[in-house]
Design a protein around this ligand. Sequence first.
Ligand code: BGC
Length: 559
Amino acid sequence: MTNTWWSGAVVYQVYPRSFFDSNSDGIGDLAGVQAKLPYLKSLGVDAIWLSPFYPSPMCDSGYDISNPRDVDPSLGTLNDFDSLIAHAHETSIRVIVDVVPNHVSREHKWFHEALASPPNNKERKRFHFRDGTSDGPPNNWISVFGGPAWTQVTEPDGTPGQWYLHLFDSGQPDVNWTNQEVIDDFDATLRFWLDRGVDGFRVDVALALAKDMSYANREQPQKLVDAIRLDLYDPENPEASREVREFLIDSPIFDRDEVHDYLRHWREILGSYQGDRFAVAEAWAYPTERAMEYARSLGQVFNFDFMVVPFNAETLHVTAKRIITNAIEFHASPTWVLSNHDNARVATRYGGGAEGLAKARAMALVCATLPGSMYIYQGDELGLGDGFVPPESRIDPIWQRSGQTNPGRDGCRVPIPWQSQEANFGFSTADKLWIPQDASWTPIAADLQESDPHSTLNLYRQMLTLRHDHPAWNDSMAATDLTLDGSLWFIERAHHVICVLNSGSETVAIDVEGRVLIASNPEAQEWEDLASQTHMVSLPANSAVIIEKNSQPNPQVEI
Ligand code: BGC
């Protein structure tokens, strides 16, 4: 594994529209992110990843981009971006931005040009335009968000015309990566942001760029897209889940070998800039080795497994072992992800309430201990669960495109509660927010957590300070031993610190040669057992502790 800043970084995902609103329009913005830099500094993150803030008609909350080299007026200006990045760098926080190579917005100038051109003109060849068949669309492919992956256009002369491909919403036409103009334009986008000082990129649906250009029908087309839906992964039934994901093999739309040519090219661009710029790929490929290929081509890939496996020491152990082994084999750094803007928050996924939160806190310590990079989704440091969003306020296209059967992802995008006693929990002074907040959040607002030593916010702060300052984490390549004992999982780093997770339903006492540095549950206790002269630690159910061993660290061994 290369020893770069990002291979062991703590990266905080900012979903700008829901972070902090500086201009009272009910939508978070870039100046709002800048205003919260002191908070992020006090949290102890190394970098922030900004979800899209580019001009967009917001069919998919900004992942439908009409101009990838500007800022949406509702989120600010390029000056705001420059100011944010300058201030972030002053406080030693790096900035990575989302890029969306698979598709643009229906409002992108290229798409307007395509609509104004006759079929087969070069303006259409930047996209996947095809004639329909007697059944309607050119083939039977399905959109990830539901419904057909094709939408018919009206030709300039007013007649019903060709169809264009969109793997996501109809407002997100896929671009054609076999077209050199598309390649060149994306290079220009990367360089635009690199020149403005970004430290890296998160590459949206990196596995989707290349398509089967014969556009042949496929059997079971729904399964082709279900294969990347994390919400369809059934942790209780790994065999069935494997079958779901096997549709990623030889897919006409995902994880085709040609994708890696584009990724390797971008890596060369990154390498031509000073300062270890990097990119992390969103690529839910199967099997795991295929996903790791994205790290080989681009630098890093998200290991999403912790977002789907159950809270169970054995499963977590097997999963982490596999991820670390793969990372070693591919000279990559593992990435630990508990939540993001596309999936239920970790506290909700673990059942919500006190138990969900206890498990989420324990997993935060686990992820902070494991070698590699840790990605934190905004609000997880407050222990937030998904907010309830009433049907009439849902804006995620998944809700409409699924015929209102799948509520979509708005619940994990509810704006952050900063101040318990202020309107909109201090997120905004507007009358109406782009997504309404959850009235039950008063007790978990950030201001109340500041003064509570046992709050999730302070747990995260202590944990990230520890990770930053303690010698066992000095080198992200430190040796890691993973062992399992019933419901207990031991993660030992550099033979110096151990994180112990108790995923069982009973409190367990363990003897340790060391002292507890941090506990996810304040009821964890340590004492000397005089009879056996051993130091004991009791771990409540669903909790984790990080222990510093008495002995000195061994020399570090590269993974
Ligand atoms: C993003 C989603 C988005 C989709 C289409 C995903 O990978 O994370 O939020 O809806 O790509 O751009």
